[in-house]
Design a binder for this molecule. Sequence first.
Ligand code: ADP
Ligand code: ADP
Ligand code: ZN
Length: 220
Amino acid sequence: MNIILLGPPGAGKGTQSDFLRDQYGLTKLATGDMLRAAVASGSELGKKAKAVMESGGLVSDDIMIGIIREAISDKNCPNGFILDGFPRTTAQAEALDAMLAAEGKKIDHVIELEVNDAEMVARISGRFSCGKCGAGFHDSFKPPKVKDTCDSCGAVGAFTRRADDKAETVAKRLEQYHAMTAPLLPYYRARGSLHGVNGMAPIAEVTTALQKLIGKKAAA
Ligand code: ADP
Ligand code: ADP
Ligand code: ZN
């Protein structure tokens, strides 16, 4: 099974794709995480991506398509994949369709997490994650059970905040989303594969809605 999770920055794509990975045994392909790892390692890719990411812009389609081409291999995704953060432009969506068609594969579900702009800003400004295992948290909506301690791996004092989650950059990222990524909604709607889920609901309710959608479709 192959899934695309669409939605603006802060919609909950990362949070929900962790659940879908664990529940359905899918490989989570989060392009933002891949790029941040490249920046941290100082690789050629990281050097190219760093300034663009910090400005809230989009990394070039050529680079992103190259990353995904490698990532979606059967070897890497034995049970299928969940895409979090890709595609982000129409060119990326078209390239993905062509890659999948060439291998006789398809996307089973394209799911939009629907949230409004005010909620996105609240989500992003309180977001932090565990630098050891990557688990995501939020100051108000998902605080760790024990202060300064990761619920998932137990690391203490290892929380980090993203460089691009600051107020100046968030406005640019939202603008990019509306201009470049929102056109993917009619693109997938026209193919009959788009489903909306209310992303404004609490985390557990969003997960239940996703499970209903995916479980139901899988059985049909
Ligand atoms: P995305 O990957 O779409 O940018 P995240 O999954 O990182 O979004 O979520 C952004 C922030 O909002 C995180 O701090 C996360 O803990 C929190 N969050 C995610 N989903 C919800 C929700 N349904 N309600 C409240 N907060 C949420
Ligand atoms: P968010 O969780 O806020 O939606 P991501 O972690 O997915 O953000 O992405 C962080 C940044 O990485 C983006 O602002 C962009 O600069 C870059 N990026 C990630 N995925 C893509 C993509 N598919 N195309 C272009 N740029 C991307
Ligand atoms: Zn952790």
